[in-house]
Design a binder for this molecule. Structure first.
Ligand code: BES
Ligand code: MN
Ligand code: MN
Length: 453
């Protein structure tokens, strides 16, 4: 049996096993899911062993375990390090799920569950291509190492020390990552840039206790009103960010890149319609693709304070808070941005309130060299699997480890994602297209062949 036949004959089992993994609620940010994290790491390790890797190991960290696996039997051939994450985002708002997030359901060729597209399904594609090759040919065209972590969704806090301490173990000629999106269904895509992140929290405190809004209203600062004032001042009328110095270090996209983006098929009307908004909104002077990929942004991710239950309660709250994240582009330093943000917020806040600002986490933006041997091999592999020419994009999301890999392992990354940005990652009813999964398994196998040449 050859590789393709094996994939075909075992495809139902592949999906069944993916379902088992999707049943494990590996939410990295929640303390109560700690045992599930261990269970999920064990599950991944088990699949790597069954795939036929020669060494599989679970490394404990201060946080969630890292799963490692290797097959190094291709003497004289290059080594590929495959990175992915087995942790997932929380499921709330749970009421908006049409089926429970950890009870996978298949509908119209898509599998619905938290983590389906981000990133369990995508990780599975590589595990299963390795299995198919090892079971049919007894070997792989290249040496392969896996590093599947459990803390990506919380900023990979314990991965940096792990990588620094295990440079030899992780040494590779290229790093393969499937945790991004296809530009469109059926469209082979390599992503060559990711944004960075600076995630902050603001707490505004007014009076020392909640007050009757009739007896005190009008005489004292309301922290929610003040917080809203502050947030509203963070963009100007052109939707540029007003923090002094925010854009100082931005590396602008080249004309060639911007011209390339114009060649991608895109319709603002369709984009707006899919999201059910009457009109799109973003920074003046840039297209939608540019706004969501190559420009830095600032967004409020959560806001709370006062009375939020059903009905009315007349109260001026003592406190109001917001979580604000900024997506960064190459050369913007998350720590510097955090300092500029803090200074600006302090400056905007009137004396009538106190503000406390904390930095939650950050990630560097990353660019992957587009002309590396590995990218060329991945591009050809995807073309072979999908039967279409590969396009190159930059994505707005972040994968903290990509910049770290470039710095510590000095090997080029290839972002060969097979998800879709419309697959509700981080949102209710997350799903993953099973045809893309199949094409991803094939692409992965073809990549190993191409890269060994
Ligand atoms: N897989 C995503 C990142 C992504 C999604 C890149 C779509 C490109 C297209 C990843 O799991 C993710 O969600 N990252 C977080 C990072 C953060 C928690 C440090 C993000 O981007 O918010
Ligand atoms: Mn991901
Ligand atoms: Mn994610």
């Amino acid at each position: 049996m050859n590789f393709e036949e094996y994939v075909k004959q075992n495809f139902d089992r592949y999906i069944h096993e993916m379902t088992e993994m999707l049943r494990i609620p590996s939410i990295s940010t929640l303390e109560e899911n700690k045992p599930d994290m261990i269970r999920c790491a064990d599950y991944v390790a088990g699949k790597l062993k069954e795939a036929g890797l020669s060494k599989v190991e679970i490394f404990p960290t201060k946080g969630h375990p890292v799963v490692y696996g290797e097959w190094l039997g291709a003497k004289g051939k290059p080594t590929v390090l495959i990175y992915g994450h087995y942790d997932v985002q929380p499921v709330d708002p749970i009421d908006l799920w049409e089926s429970p997030p950890f009870e996978p359901v298949i509908k119209d060729g898509k599998i619905y569950a938290r983590g389906a597209t981000d990133d369990k399904g995508q990780v599975f594609a590589h595990i299963k291509s390795v299995e198919a090759l090892l079971k049919t040919t007894g070997s792989l065209p290249v040496n392969v190492k896996f590093i599947i972590e459990g803390e990506e969704e919380i900023g990979s806090p314990n991965l940096a020390p792990f990588i620094k301490a295990n440079k030899k173990l992780l040494k590779a000629d290229s790093i393969m990552i499937s945790d991004t999106a296809l530009y469109a269904p059926g469209q082979p895509t390599i992503c060559y840039g990711l944004r960075g992140l600076c995630y902050m929290e603001i707490e505004v405190t007014g009076p020392n206790r909640d007050l009757h809004s009739g007896t005190y209203g009008g005489a004292v600062a309301n922290p929610i009103n003040i917080l809203a004032d502050i947030i509203s001042k963070l963009h100007d009328k052109n939707r540029k960010i007003t923090i002094p110095g925010f854009y100082d270090d931005v590396v602008k996209a080249t004309k060639k890149e911007r011209d390339n983006f114009k060649l991608l098929e895109h319709s603002d009307a369709k984009y707006a319609k899919e999201l059910e908004v009457a009109e799109l909104l973003g920074e003046k002077g840039y297209t939608t693709i540019e706004r969501a990929g190559i420009r830095p942004t600032l967004d409020c991710n959560g806001i709370w304070g006062g009375f939020t239950g059903a009905g009315a309660k007349t109260v001026i709250p003592s406190k109001a808070s917001a979580k604000i994240s900024m997506r960064l582009v190459p050369n913007q330093d998350p720590e510097k941005i955090a300092r500029l943000f803090t200074a600006h917020i302090k400056n905007l806040a009137p004396k009538s309130v106190k503000v406390k600002i904390t930095s939650l986490h950050g990630a560097d933006a990353a660019m992957a060299p587009i002309d590396s041997k590995a990218v060329k091999a991945a591009s050809a592999a995807m073309e072979k699997a999908f039967g279409k020419k590969t396009v190159f994009t930059r994505e707005g999301g972040s994968i903290p480890v990509v910049a770290l890999f470039a710095r510590e392992l000095k090997a080029p990354s290839v972002l060969m994602g097979i998800g879709l940005n419309t697959e509700n990652l981080h949102s209710p009813n997350e799903h993953f297209n099973l045809n893309h999964f199949r094409l991803g398994v094939l692409s992965s196998g073809y990549f190993f062949e191409e890269f060994s040449k």
